[in-house]
Design a protein around this ligand. Structure first.
Ligand code: ADP
Ligand code: TYD
Length: 212
């Protein structure tokens, strides 16, 4: 599943306010220092391409039917994979994405209740290769935090977008789906206890061992 390409694919995940943005840039720098002969590409979802960024603006603002939302997330992802992720991985680059498909399972599935069956179909459609394998991150760093703490952190930090306006119950469901996915695929996930201080979390991230 993981070694379809010579590159290495890392995603950052977690509920809004869990603390992933706080560490993304330093993590990119760390990877670049550790692998000086590899290009490190930083990207995000929804987004990552001009079309994807236009879809992001809609997705984060406009209320919409659940299936529409899932289809647009995966449409942006298809473009992202075709234009950015796959070419970079084929060229041996390290790709770091601020969110990927786990977020669709967590938000549209866990949070809003889209069936696992539909999500699995979309995933296969958008990430399935000719060889039958699914394109997945090699490593997913999941910032895990109770919904209440994330909500308190968010309200201090910024004005909420469409998803960030959702209630605690929504974020608890999102969190549980992330945890379920992590349990299902423990070799891909690294779980971060995001209640820890930023210093402790950074210490953990900078000592993570993985083979590129
Ligand atoms: N480990 C932490 N402990 C306490 N506050 C944190 C921690 N990590 C981030 N924060 C603060 O919480 C808020 C949300 O963090 P952010 O990194 O933007 O989260 P995310 O990108 O996951 O939504 C910010 O104000 C940030 O400074
Ligand atoms: C990738 C993805 C994101 N999302 C949501 C999660 C976030 O609330 C939002 C954007 O994520 P994010 O980039 O983390 O927002 P911010 O810039 O505020 O930190 O989109 C989904 O609902 N489904 C998805 O498939």
């Amino acid at each position: 599943m993981t070694s379809m390409y010579p590159g290495f694919f890392i995603s950052f995940e977690g509920i809004d306010g869990a603390g992933k943005s706080t560490h993304l840039e330093s993590f990119q720098r760390l990877m670049q220092e550790r692998y000086p002969d590899r290009e490190v590409v930083m990207t995000r979802e929804p987004g990552g391409t001009p079309l994807g960024e236009q879809l992001r603006a809609l997705l984060l603002d406009a209320p919409m039917n659940l299936e529409t939302e899932a289809l647009l997330m995966f449409a942006a992802r298809r473009e992202h994979i075709a234009q950015v992720i796959e070419p970079a991985l084929k060229a041996g680059k390290i790709v770091i994405s601020d969110r990927f498909t786990d977020a669709s399972f967590a938000y549209q599935g866990g949070g809003r209740g889209l069936s696992l069956d539909k999500l699995n179909q979309l995933e296969r459609w958008v990430q399935g290769g000719a060889n039958g394998l699914l394109l997945q991150p090699n490593l997913t760093i999941l910032f895990d935090l109770p919904g209440e703490i994330a909500e308190a952190r968010r309200s201090k930090a910024r004005a909420p977008d469409k998803f960030e306006k959702m209630d605690l119950n929504f974020f608890e469901k999102v969190r549980q789906e992330y945890l379920r996915r992590a349990k299902e695929d423990p070799s891909r996930f690294h779980l971060v206890d995001a209640t820890k201080t930023p210093d402790l979390i950074w210490n953990e991230l900078s000592h993570l061992k993985f083979k590129i």
